[in-house]
Design a protein around this ligand. Sequence first.
Ligand code: ADP
Ligand code: MG
Length: 271
Amino acid sequence: MGTSTDQLELAATRGDAPGAPGNDVPVIQFEGVHKIYDLGEVQVHALRGLDVTIRRGEFVAIMGASGGGKSTFMNLVGGLDRPTRGLYKLDGVDVSSLDKVELAHIRNRKIGFVFQGFNLLSRTTALENVELPALYARLAPAERVERAREALRIVGLADREHHYPSQLSGGQQQRVAIARALMNRPSLLLADEPTGNLDSRTSVEIMGIFQRLNRERGITLVLVTHEPDIAQYAQRIITFRDGKIRRDERVPHPAAAEEVLKNMPVVGAED
Ligand code: ADP
Ligand code: MG
């Protein structure tokens, strides 16, 4: 298990400004990656030879039609599943060389996950939901609460810590999910359709939080979306089709969520 010093390491304090031009340390490296789901009778060839590198501090959107392999890609990146063939290196480490326990440990330390459905526990307050990932990190309870409060503050929900999910709007629930993903202070955040259930203003607010985490804390972000408007907040768009990368392009001028919000109507007063 990691020492508490590892656990306390703040992405924000990692020296050089990630995301700055010239910082080209690879975080995610795929070489010839295939994923085949074996269902006995049929085999689904979900990924068909991926070669891609994502570097520290990048903000990448993954796009493409349903069934193209986006979620499969995210599961591999997050170490929730392994390639059938090919090489995946996370921070320079060949993931296939790790056993289950080592992989789980790296995943807990380095990666935060945000999903479309929020996956919050309904009988549990916002604060307790955020604390959950740290239950496995052997943090002292006081430190755990302190960190969870900090994470809620980062997503702008300091005043909602005792609310239950049913007492929060969809956007607020997604912010709790983001705070929970930040709990172990990951250097990489993975989000699969995080704005899929949200109205357009709330979606932009969520993108603003991601942009801020990327800019201020240097967190590398990989985010799946099927909405072209949402992808414009990223710095790079990778498009999947039929298990392959069909396009991989820079966004010359990513949209700035904070600016866009200034010109968007507020529907109902959420706060
Ligand atoms: P996307 O997220 O782009 O919609 P997915 O990665 O979910 O695409 O799916 C890619 C292909 O793999 C699809 O044909 C899908 O049906 C199949 N697939 C995804 N997950 C599984 C699974 N656990 N078992 C079998 N087939 C799967
Ligand atoms: Mg999907």
